[in-house]
Design a protein around this ligand. Structure first.
Ligand SMILES: [Zn+2]
Ligand SMILES: [Zn+2]
Length: 127
């Protein structure tokens, strides 16, 4: 059985995600871990990220490319159109927006994701 090895890799991947605020793609996590873990494959990273996301331990977000977040509580994001970085925004979750969506549609609304786009502070400084 390879269960031990797989759960060790899952912990490694989870720790990498916990230790960053970059909202990485699977590819980014793979590149970070590969030097110290030569046996790791990109497929393994994808598989474990999807398992963690299915368990609710991490969040999976569909940006231009799929990204992952160790912070599972709902929070808004900013996506830089110049460098592709994704940042957390410290704005309160807007429950009123869920109510407006319910009123506008009659659908049962369980939540929403908010993504802002533009040029991040770092990229802005370059120009
Ligand atoms: Zn940027
Ligand atoms: Zn986030």
């Amino acid at each position: 059985m390879n269960g031990k090895r797989y759960s060790r890799q899952r912990e490694l991947i989870y720790a990498a995600l916990k230790g960053t605020d970059q909202h990485p793609t699977a590819e980014m996590i793979y590149q970070w871990l590969k030097p110290e873990n030569p046996n790791l494959s990109l497929g393994t990273v994808y598989r474990n990220l999807n398992l963690l996301a299915d368990e609710g331990a991490i969040a999976r977000m569909a940006f231009p490319v799929e990204r992952y977040d160790a912070e599972t509580r709902p929070h808004p994001h900013f996506c830089c159109q110049a460098c592709g970085s994704v940042y957390d925004l410290s704005l309160p979750y807007d429950k009123a927006l869920d109510e407006q969506a319910l009123l506008a549609s009659g659908h049962d609304v369980t939540g929403h994701e908010l993504i802002f786009y533009g040029t991040c502070a770092k990229c802005k400084d370059v120009h």
